[in-house]
Design a protein around this ligand. Structure first.
Ligand code: NAD
Length: 250
């Protein structure tokens, strides 16, 4: 049996990078997937590819994860289309970072809203549906930035610290509803977010030189961990922070 057979999953930020890999592998493992992104055309393309391979297994929705109203629409559409929700992957995020002296309250709120409030309000909105389905799994994508402060990313670091802490808080709150909540903390993963930051070959070689496994991670590496945490294979794991960085932190 496939590992997510019979499950319905929402994956945010699924128009690119890790979210696209997660939406794809979840569908390949039998899930019905609601793939959302603020960049609608991108997520529609991802969903078209998924449905070419596994017809009828995914839908695309335009979704700004920092909007509570839009979360309500997403869950309504999900239940209308697939009848229930078992899994939420809070993946969407942005690298909001400026030096301390250039950071004001507006920039702080911008980064915290998209990276942290988004996951809080997503969990708040989706958890009652997962409870109604008999329980399930929430996977929050954090970053190594909150664990070893790689890069010194200031607002981004704070937002991912909130992800890590809220994962534990939500695991306590929703455990009695049979909802597991875990976070994933990627190191350097080959997506646009990384190539926007590390812009030259020389700088990339410098990053790779810090990784004992000798390469940056691929989106599929993280997606396989998300799959494990979303599936019943991890059914006694909750409130954990899972590092995936090729041992870069050591
Ligand atoms: N790539 C890395 O090295 C790395 C490392 C650690 C953590 N992460 C985290 O992994 C997650 C996925 O990032 P990625 O590496 O795939 O980057 P990415 O930039 O390729 O993808 C991010 C996706 O999120 C979407 N998005 C941005 N703002 C949004 C919003 N307000 N509402 C909905 N969607 C929005 C983008 O449109 C994009 O499709 C993020 O939470 C990021 O912080 C990435």
């Amino acid at each position: 049996m496939k590992r997510l057979e019979g499950k319905v999953a929402i994956v945010t930020g699924a128009g690119a990078g890790q979210g696209a890999a997660e939406a794809t592998i979840f569908a390949q493992e039998g899930a019905k997937v609601i793939a959302t992104d603020v960049a609608f055309e991108n997520v529609q393309n991802v969903v078209n590819k998924i449905n070419e391979e596994i017809p009828g297994s995914a839908i695309a929705l335009k979704h700004d994860v920092s909007s509570e109203e839009q979360w309500k629409t997403v869950v309504e559409e999900a239940v209308k289309k697939f009848g229930k929700i078992d899994i939420l992957v809070n993946n969407a995020g942005i690298l909001a970072t400026k030096p301390y002296q250039e950071t004001n309250i507006d920039f702080w709120n911008f980064g915290m809203n998209i990276n942290a409030w988004s996951q809080f309000v997503g969990t708040k909105t989706v958890a009652p549906y997962i409870k109604e389905a008999g329980g399930g799994s929430i996977v929050n994508i954090g970053s190594m930035a909150s664990i070893d402060n790689s890069g010194g990313f200031n607002v981004y670091t704070a937002s991912k610290g909130a992800v890590e802490a809220l994962t534990r808080s939500a695991a306590v709150q929703f455990g009695p509803d049979n909802i597991r909540v875990n976070s994933i903390h990627p190191g350097a993963i080959a997506t646009k977010m990384l190539t926007d930051t590390i812009t030259t070959d020389e700088a990339m070689q410098g990053v790779i030189g810090m990784i004992p496994l000798g390469r940056v991670g691929e989106p599929i590496d993280v997606a396989k961990l998300a799959l494990f945490l979303a599936s019943d294979d991890s059914n006694y794991i909750s409130g954990t922070a899972n590092i995936i960085d090729g041992a870069m932190r050591l």
